[in-house]
Write a protein that binds this ligand. Structure first.
Ligand SMILES: [Zn+2]
Ligand SMILES: [Zn+2]
Length: 170
């Protein structure tokens, strides 16, 4: 018999399950809304309904310059990002009710980007639990969560269930 999963593992597993629905070849993100121990919504990153997604139309790439810390120097690095999809966290907000979100927790496979974090901060939720770090926005997102008194936890030791991980290109 295998050990019973704790709640954090259980709900993060569900976020990873949701992420397998994503059709973006660059990033598969899943998110679930949980109140108490009740699952109130699931979402993943994808194009709006009825619109060709990344698997059909290809990713819609934009190039951005990003300031990154390399050892003790700052360097400007050119990066590509897919903007075809609505992020999982934003889809989660579009498909859940404000009432359900009050005091609830979001489990998400990846640390939210700045825009998602900003929206989550105003959504009624009081906790975010994530697995993979997203260093680009990490600092300002952590500060925001602090200011909004939202518990912000990284489950660093978590291991996703077999078969749910996709290749991620940054
Ligand atoms: Zn894409
Ligand atoms: Zn986002």
């Amino acid at each position: 018999m295998t050990a019973r999963k704790d709640w954090d593992t259980y709900f993060l597993d569900m976020a990873y399950m949701a992420s397998t629905r994503s059709q973006c070849g660059r990033r598969h993100v899943g998110a679930v809304l949980v109140q108490g121990k009740k699952l109130l919504g699931t979402a993943y990153n994808g194009a709006p309904m009825g619109v060709p997604d990344c698997s059909e139309a290809g990713c819609m790439l934009v190039e951005e310059y990003e300031l990154v810390q390399v050892e003790d120097k700052e360097e400007v690095v050119k990066k590509q990002r897919c903007i075809r999809t609505i992020h999982a966290e934003q889809n989660l907000l579009l498909f859940t009710d404000r009432e359900d979100r009050e005091g609830s927790t979001v489990y998400v496979t990846d640390q939210p980007c700045w825009t998602c974090a900003n929206m989550l901060a105003n959504s009624g939720i009081t906790e975010i639990v994530y697995h993979r770090v997203y260093p680009k926005d990490s600092e300002k997102v952590s500060l925001l969560m602090n200011q909004r008194n939202i518990t912000f936890r990284c489950l660093a030791d978590y291991e996703p269930p077999a078969g749910v991980l996709s290749e991620v290109t940054n």
